[in-house]
Design a protein around this ligand. Structure first.
Ligand code: PHE
Length: 367
């Protein structure tokens, strides 16, 4: 019978020698101490505590030792591995909190500091166009007049020669304010401001009135129960249709540039006589023979509808206390919403009223 492996000397298994285990442990500990980032620690863990680390390989050698030598070698390696794992955990905590401190320091925001970055808002195109129109007329010596949106029935209709049987007075078009006996409406046009102005001041009168008006239209891509008009009224001695035409041509050129002109088509409004629908020369194709047929803006017409106008009916002058034998005048009213949607090819009128800043932003600059 051969003796147990008595000739086996554990000292000969180099990785398990006390001095070698100590060297490996110290090497690991100093690598751990030298690691300054979690990334470095990760590598140190692989190198010194991973499956292929010298210490793990040494551990595997234990089984090759004679039984009496295993315990001591096992303890030696176990303690060394324990020390390494302990040091790794402690260093990880240290590095983690150091990294956190650096992050906190570098990402600190002093909320008390003054700031100079201001979000640039955008003005709504309806606001800008109203101001633009006002500027054009103020430059000619006109004034801006205003009136209430909840208006007396008499001013919205009767004073403007819209008799009680006129279709515009039916419930179809008009929002009546309850109780009906109050005889108040949401103004259906800006024309009552004409009456208000004539009733409160003496001619000569040159005013424009931009504002919101209401009609019982369903909200869809081309209609809205709330929309915007600009009214113009001039009362003076000797004013005629020619002055109206000249004024509107100037207005069109100031908005759309030189070469722009207006056209009148016969029409009817109870408050003007004669009355006309005014069209604007199409600002896209300019009614040029080779472009007009294809033009989407005017749909081949060469002209774009702009509003109503006419010479103020003497009956309106009388109702508002102006002597028609001395004074005459002209008036016009244009729709601002359609002016914007057709000018900028906006397919859906509702975009104007949604309040979405992404729609408004491109108009933030002067047009
Ligand atoms: N008030 C008319 C409308 O709303 C427009 C208009 C104004 C017509 C002034 C003639 C004179 O349709």
């Amino acid at each position: 019978m051969s003796a147990p492996n008595s000739s086996y000397d554990p000292v000969e298994v180099t990785p398990l020698r006390a001095d070698e285990v100590e060297r490996m442990r110290d090497e690991a500990l100093s690598a751990i101490a030298a690691a300054h980032t979690l990334e470095e620690l990760k590598q140190v863990r692989i190198d010194h505590a991973g499956d292929r680390s010298p210490m793990a390989l040494a551990n595997r050698e234990i089984g090759a030792l004679p039984p009496q030598a295993r315990k001591e070698a096992g303890q030696r390696v176990g303690q060394a591995r324990g020390a390494i794992n302990h040091a790794l955990a402690a260093r990880t905590t240290e590095v983690e909190s150091a990294e956190e401190e650096v992050a906190l320091a570098s990402e600190t925001v002093d909320v008390t500091l003054p700031w100079d970055v201001e979000a640039v808002g955008a003005r709504h195109p309806l606001t800008t166009i109203q101001e633009h129109v006002a500027d054009i007329f103020v430059a000619m010596g006109w004034e801006v007049a205003e009136g209430p949106e909840v208006e007396a029935e008499w001013l919205n209709f009767d004073a403007l020669n819209l008799g009680p049987d006129h279709p515009a007075r039916t419930m179809q078009d008009t929002f009546w304010v309850t109780p009906e006996s109050a005889a108040m409406v949401l103004r259906t046009h800006t024309s009552p401001v004409q009456a208000r102005t004539m009733l409160t001041r003496e001619p000569p009168i040159y005013v424009i009135c931009p504002g919101r008006v209401y009609r019982t239209d369903e909200l869809d891509a081309t209609h809205s129960p709330v929309f915007h008009q600009v009214e113009g009224l001039a009362i003076d001695k000797g004013l005629s249709m020619a002055h109206l035409k000249g004024t509107l041509d100037h207005f069109a050129q100031a908005i759309y540039g030189d070469g722009m002109t207006t056209r009148f088509r016969p029409s009817y409004f109870p408050f003007t006589e004669p009355s006309a629908e005014m069209d604007l020369l199409c600002y896209v194709c300019h009614n040029e023979p080779d472009a007009v047929a294809e033009c989407r803006t005017c749909k081949g017409e060469g002209w774009v509808e702009w509003g109503g106008c006419g010479v103020v009916n003497p009956r309106v002058l009388i109702a508002c206390g102006v002597d028609p034998d001395v004074y005459s005048g002209f008036a016009f009213g244009i729709g601002l919403d359609r002016t914007i949607t057709s000018r900028y090819d906006i397919a859906d009128l509702r975009d104007l009223f949604d309040g979405d800043i992404r729609f408004t932003e491109p108009f933030g600059v002067e047009l």
